[in-house]
Design a binder for this molecule. Structure first.
Ligand SMILES: C[S@@+](CC[C@H](N)C(=O)[O-])C[C@H]1O[C@@H](n2cnc3c(N)ncnc32)[C@H](O)[C@@H]1O
Length: 251
């Protein structure tokens, strides 16, 4: 009996260790590049994100021809839709395949050129309205494209390694104009049942990353179907609008 109990304890310990290792597993740029090369891009949405479509005014706020940033953009169709509405799009993603697929899917001609002083390439639609940087997001700086009036962050902040959240938030804060409207889609689920990416993110996590921004929840979606196969019962996508506080010296 004693031996069986000890074996059981050893197995539980092994399982917990495996789970902890899994939770802290760092996803490298090669991991993402390979997902694109394998076509394992189930995160991609064929249509405009419904929160963007239904709450577009929260994002655009009546402004014309604004600069919109798409960190970790993949090949999201939202970039083309907003460019067609007269806005200027800048995206960053490390996977070149994502950009080639984007321009092919959207039937757009483009140019590509190597970046100066940084390992990466700039892909650009012929009318210059969509500029996509193929590079590590952490090397992107405001010297490259200036600041932005709006930032669309879907499957981005929640996709990065949890250890990198502060570094990522600092980069985003450097890119925000005082009138910036920043939308974050946060995935929320029980982290004891499953691990990311996408990594679970609470409203408090966002507040801690962006203390000088107001935060408003404005929409939510039940995405439980996405991770059922990984043993997760419930996963919500909660949409937040962040804006720099007016009295704040720095964002
Ligand atoms: C889950 S996907 C989301 C893509 C897009 N936001 C969407 O909604 O479809 C995350 C993207 O981040 C990119 N990525 C991950 N780490 C990156 C990094 N350090 N620098 C640039 N891109 C990165 C991946 O190549 C991938 O396309």
């Amino acid at each position: 009996m004693q031996v069986i109990f000890q074996l059981h304890v050893a197995n539980v310990k092994k399982r917990n260790l495996r789970q902890n290792l899994k939770m802290s597993e760092i996803k490298t740029n090669e991991y993402w590049i390979n997902l694109w090369l394998e076509g394992s891009t189930q995160f991609h949405l064929e249509k405009m994100h419904s929160s963007l479509e239904n709450h577009l005014e929260k994002f655009i706020a009546g402004r014309k021809g604004i600069k919109i940033f798409f960190p970790l953009c993949g090949k999201t169709v939202d970039m083309k839709i907003l460019a067609d509405q007269g806005h200027h799009i800048v995206g960053v993603d490390v996977a070149e395949r994502a950009f080639r697929e984007f321009f092919a899917d959207q039937n757009l001609e483009y140019t590509e050129e190597p970046l100066k002083n940084i390992d990466g390439k700039l892909f650009q639609a012929m009318d210059g309205r969509i500029r996509l940087y193929c590079m590590d997001i952490y090397l992107f700086t405001k010297e490259m494209e200036g600041k932005f009036n709006a930032i669309w962050d879907r499957a981005s902040l929640v996709a990065i390694n949890v250890e990198d959240r502060i570094k990522y938030a600092q980069l985003i804060k450097n890119l925000m104009f005082p009138d910036c409207r920043y939308i974050v889609a946060a995935m929320q689920y029980d982290i004891n049942q499953c691990t990311g990416p996408p990594y679970s993110m609470t409203e408090n996590d966002i507040k801690n990353l962006y203390p000088n921004c107001t935060i408003e929840e404005f929409d939510q979606h039940d995405r439980s179907y996405l991770f059922k196969h990984r043993g997760l019962n419930n996963m919500m996508e909660i949409m937040y609008l962040l804006q720099p506080k007016t009295n704040s010296e720095t964002i």
